[in-house]
Design a protein around this ligand. Structure first.
Ligand code: ATP
Ligand code: MG
Length: 393
């Protein structure tokens, strides 16, 4: 174990380079580096630097590498994170470190050495490194087998920018693009199952999110607000939600319910939500709205109804779940960690003043005629004064 004291521990962060060219690529790398630094702020002496198509994170101790890799792997843009050591490009040092790294993989039966040179400045080529290190390890580890296909432990040796990196442990990342590379959206976030997943899909593609929640307050309890708060905490494990805006919406639903024929109420709630979202998008400089709708899932999500709601939008409405089945959404919510929160029963504005037979095929002219008679701009000004905004770091 004395070798442990002389090693420089690292996490190597791998991301997709495909499709990233020119300035896109350097801004992507800069943003990912910044997101990692932010995520690791609690660790002292952790340094992040760019090396030949990867990010290198130097870590204090081997024990820290697992926790550091776990945190980084949750960040959008990361394909995988490997835990290992950094050494000088010296074949003896590489052999000793390889043995130590394999010890950390116990229990395993078989292994394979996988060497790579980023350039030819190191005089020994990859095949030869495989052979030299592999033969040496076989001698030191008579009880282990070399296996070319599906080995239990895959020992990577990478020669990059004057250093050697040796690693075997790898944590899978979430993929996608770094948060902050795609601009800003307003996501209509309920405490239900779908919209947290839809919001996550946008975060995963690099967007910053302003979450917008409509509460049934003061006509209904504020339970949904607490649940949405918890959902935002989960989403923010990887960053991405900049702020949460809560609209006490119950009073406006009451006003709609008093005027609009009962079967059209839901459509009017939705149109008003979108009209509010337009204003929030202007205020926070967003470029699109996001909802968790999935085609045909409930009455309000037929194409006819989507059509009459969409016509109020002044921004593109992104619906990342439009073609996703409920079971797939549930599985994703479980992975994301929002399923349990969303499964708690709650009152929100959706349960307020619900008609018995909501319209499933709204006619645009009929909706438009009633909409024109409502004091929508006055309501929107009023809502502006009521929105409660919580900013996150
Ligand atoms: P979810 O599971 O996201 O609540 P849902 O299956 O209940 O969706 P709808 O009630 O038709 O479906 O809502 C469609 C979309 O409208 C939601 O995914 C969400 O984006 C938005 N939405 C609905 N209710 C609210 C709310 N109270 N606050 C914010 N957005 C909402
Ligand atoms: Mg809902």
């Amino acid at each position: 174990m004395s070798l442990n004291n002389n090693l420089n521990f690292i996490c190597l962060v791998h991301y997709h380079e495909v499709g990233l060219k020119g300035r896109n690529r350097s801004s992507f790398e800069r943003q990912l580096k910044q997101n990692i630094e932010h995520k690791l702020a609690a660790f002292s002496n952790v340094f992040v630097k760019r090396i030949s198509g990867r990010l290198l994170v130097e870590v204090n101790s081997w024990e820290d590498t697992a926790e550091v890799a776990d945190r980084i792997s949750r960040l959008p843009g990361v394909v995988r994170v490997s835990c290992g050591v950094k050494l000088k490009q010296d074949i003896n040092a590489i052999q000793n470190a390889s043995l130590w790294i394999l010890e950390q993989c116990e229990p395993y039966e078989s292994f394979k050495v996988d060497a790579r040179r980023a350039n030819t400045s190191f005089e020994i080529d990859s095949m030869t490194i495989n052979q030299i290190v592999g033969a040496w390890l076989c001698e030191k580890l008579p009880n282990k087998k070399v296996k070319m296909k599906d080995p239990d432990a895959r020992l990577h040796v990478e020669m990059v920018e004057g250093s050697a990196f040796v690693y075997a442990k790898t944590v899978k990342g979430v993929g996608g693009l770094p948060v902050g590379t795609a601009g800003s959206v307003v996501s209509l976030l309920s405490a239900g199952l779908d919209s947290p997943v839809a919001t996550w899909r946008l975060i995963k593609r690099g967007a910053y999110v302003t979450a917008l929640h409509f509460s049934g307050r003061p006509e209904a309890a504020d339970t949904s607000e607490h649940l949405v708060n918890d959902i935002v905490i989960v989403l923010n494990l990887c960053g991405g939600v900049n702020r949460l805006c809560v609209v006490p919406f119950g009073e406006f639903q009451r006003r709609i319910a008093a005027i609009v024929p009962s079967e059209l109420r839901v459509i009017f709630y939705r149109r008003l939500m979108i009209a509010v979202a337009n204003r929030v998008a202007i205020r926070f400089n967003a470029r699109a709205l996001v909802t968790g709708e999935s085609l045909g899932q409930v009455a309000s999500q037929t194409l006819d109804n989507i059509f009459v709601v969409d016509s109020v939008a002044e921004y593109p409405i992104l619906r990342p779940l439009i073609g996703t089945d409920k079971l797939e959404i549930i599985a994703e919510a479980e992975r994301l960690g929002t399923y349990e929160i969303s499964s708690q029963s709650h009152e929100d504005c959706c349960t307020l003043f619900m008609p018995r037979n909501p319209e499933t095929h709204a006619r645009p002219n009929a909706v438009e005629a009633i909409w024109q008679d409502l004091p929508i701009d006055v309501w929107l000004d009023e809502i502006d004064t009521l929105i409660e905004v919580t900013e996150f770091e």
